[in-house]
Design a binder for this molecule. Structure first.
Ligand code: 5GP
Length: 193
């Protein structure tokens, strides 16, 4: 998506450790006009699949998922990161290794908000090694829900999360795919989609 790529080139900062900072429009301050264009693009890309719930993970996924949900007319459920898992069976849970914080989170979704047969679209801000999305996929599977696809704002194509999801036959739509980036020069190269 040209608009997102241009914004990444203008305002994205490449940090060491393969981290792209996009705090000025996505991860801290949020550009809602841009989010709306992203939401419309996901709606176009997922027009041929049923979607009756969007699933994301706190915190950064919530803003983009909430704006996108307006175009799908469906509720958003976000997986919560938690310290203590409630073992009374009221939640689906999994563990997710955080790329940016280098730690493992327990993540939960209440059974009330995800049911067998639901058609779920997963949306998240970044796809790197794929741990966040794979954790959400596990929750979808445990719930007996159906995966309609995965929508990502920025995929770092040089990490292998995207490759693994595509190999599984999952419909993955990333609005911008970065093939390489360099912290020293600040250069960012996108994949031609
Ligand atoms: P993964 O689980 O695919 O390795 O990483 C995805 C998660 O880590 C995303 O939810 C995102 O919050 C965070 N993340 C991964 N790489 C980056 C990055 O380069 N920049 C930012 N801002 N977040 C990232």
């Amino acid at each position: 998506m040209k608009l997102l790529e241009e914004r990444i080139l203008k305002d994205g900062l490449v940090k060491s450790g393969n981290v792209l900072k996009v705090d000025s429009f996505l991860n801290h301050q949020m550009d809602i006009a841009l989010f709306q264009e992203m939401g419309k693009e996901w709606k176009r890309l997922f027009a041929d699949v049923p979607v009756d719930r969007i699933l994301t993970i706190e915190a950064s996924g919530i803003g983009i998922a909430a704006v996108a949900a307006q175009y799908f007319n469906v509720p958003v459920v976000f997986a919560k990161k938690t310290q203590s898992i409630n073992l009374d069976g009221s939640v689906y849970s999994t563990k997710i290794q955080s790329f940016t914080h280098q730690r493992v989170y327990d993540v939960i979704v209440s059974r009330k908000y995800l049911s067998p047969g639901d058609n779920v679209l997963i949306i998240d801000d970044f796809l790197a090694n794929g741990c966040a999305v794979e954790g959400l996929l596990e929750i979808v599977e445990t719930a007996g829900a159906k995966l309609s696809g995965v929508g990502i704002a920025i995929e770092k194509g040089f990490q292998d999360g995207g490759k693994r999801l595509r190999e599984r036959g999952i419909k993955l739509e990333s609005l911008a795919i970065i093939d390489s980036m360099d912290a020293e020069s600040g250069s960012i190269c996108f994949r031609n989609q």
